[in-house]
Design a protein around this ligand. Structure first.
Ligand code: GTP
Ligand code: MG
Length: 396
């Protein structure tokens, strides 16, 4: 029992609640499974790394699936990749193709999350050719019910932003060969890695994501959006809805004003919000580590931290402390919760750019994460918590 007479569960463990909710949310998102085909050196891994982060093939423990195919799983569980070698030229004989067919038939009978959803067929543009055997293979894939995105890789752009005429000719040739079976009817031009020496920047990744998204079954699109790291705005939009839901939940608790010292009552709703946001960023580390990150940034000593955050709100929004006379009402509860949600989004956006090793190293000095979170919180409150219904316009 606390000072308001409300029962608060003392056994509530924010870490455990975070971990459980995070796992649950990732599971709810489901899993997007991509199959990647292409000659060795075509740039398959580079494209997957650029789109989904470097973890999948590098540190993921590959599980041999069938001849020439290894399956890698993202630590969040929302993404899986079939890395397929040896099929691409069509010269490998029927045996390897038959085994792939068997595999696809087998997975089709499994739940959606375990099926292959989309294939990327990657061709390095500078190979300057698309052989009959490759066209046959693309047709075979489509015939097996797999949508195929044809990707031209390592394509340089001119200063004017146009692709090399030879790449365009190759794309037209490919369209004439297999335009009727590939997604969008035309190859996607990409460059996955910046090459400062040649003045080349990555490009085409957004288009590749869009094309992949259109090809993916409806039921795995949320997972694809969580897994990808090209369209961060999409994640932001998603997370704004999650923060708004957290604000509503906190506002309901604050509907009957509670003393500042009872900020702990809001914690379960805030932990749920943070864990749900985290799932949309699919950080490349295991769920326990994601919980530790949230712990270091905010959850450890959350109750006392909430007190500090409230004090900051009072400082940053002059007048609000006196208005409420030291009690948390729905507005204060919403402001606090929105600030926490937006700050955690900012931290996640930073983390998603890092490698797993860099993320782990942040846990060495936890005060760094805490500071990052606090700074983001203050910045959000100062700028008026834009975009969150019910709390916007609070800033002076
Ligand atoms: N500049 C530039 N280099 C690239 C790009 N994609 C791949 N490379 C380089 O090409 C080489 C091969 O790329 P990978 O992504 O490993 O090719 P892969 O298709 O996965 O090859 P295997 O795993 O051997 O089948 C690497 O040295 C990459 O750095 C690109 O888009 N731009
Ligand atoms: Mg590779």
């Amino acid at each position: 029992m606390n000072s308001t007479g409300t029962t608060f569960d003392d056994d509530f463990d924010p870490f455990e609640a975070f971990r459980t909710t995070y796992r649950d949310q990732c599971r709810r998102l489901g899993r997007f499974n991509l199959a990647v085909f292409g000659k060795t050196g075509a740039g398959k891994s580079s494209l997957v790394n650029a789109m989904f982060g470097s973890t999948v093939a590098e540190t993921g423990i590959g599980r041999p699936v069938t001849l020439g195919t290894t399956y890698y799983e993202h630590p969040s569980g929302v993404f899986g990749m079939f890395d397929c070698v040896g099929f691409e030229t069509g010269e490998s004989g029927d045996e390897i193709l038959r085994s792939l067919k068997r595999e696809i038939d087998k997975t089709r009978a499994l739940p959606l999350d375990e099926q292959m959803h989309v294939a990327w067929y990657v061709i390095r543009w500078s190979d300057r050719r698309f052989e009959d055997s490759q066209a046959d293979f693309v047709r075979e894939l489509r015939g097996m019910g797999l949508p195929v995105v044809l990707v031209l890789s390592q394509v340089p752009l001119t200063a004017a932003g146009t692709v090399h005429p030879d790449a365009e000719s190759l794309a037209e040739f490919i369209r004439d060969q297999v335009g009727d079976v590939i997604e969008g009817g035309y190859p996607v031009f990409t460059n996955a890695i910046a090459d400062p020496h040649m003045g080349q920047q990555p490009h085409g990744l957004f288009e590749l994501l869009e094309c992949t998204f259109r090809a993916a079954p409806e039921g795995v699109r949320s997972a694809l959006h969580a897994a990808q790291r090209i369209d961060l705005q999409r994640k932001r939009d998603d997370c704004m809805g999650i923060v708004a839901a957290g604000v509503m939940a906190a506002g309901a608790i604050g509907a009957v004003p509670i003393p500042f010292s009872d900020a702990a009552l809001l914690i379960p709703a805030q932990v749920t919000m943070m864990a749900t946001i985290s799932s949309r960023y699919a950080l490349p580390v295991d769920p326990g580590t994601v919980a530790s990150l949230a712990g270091a940034a905010a959850l450890a000593g959350f109750a006392s931290m909430a007190g500090r955050l409230l004090a900051n709100i009072a400082k940053l929004i002059p007048g609000i402390g006196s208005v409420v006379g030291g009690a948390i009402n729905a507005t204060i509860a919403g402001t606090l919760t929105a600030g926490i949600g937006l700050a955690w989004m900012a931290v996640c956006e930073h983390l998603v750019e890092l490698t797993p090793a860099e993320i782990e190293s942040l846990l060495g000095d936890r005060s760094g994460l805490r500071k990052m979170f606090m700074d983001a919180f203050n910045a959000q409150v100062r700028s008026g918590l834009k975009g969150i219904p019910g709390v916007s316009g609070l800033a002076a």
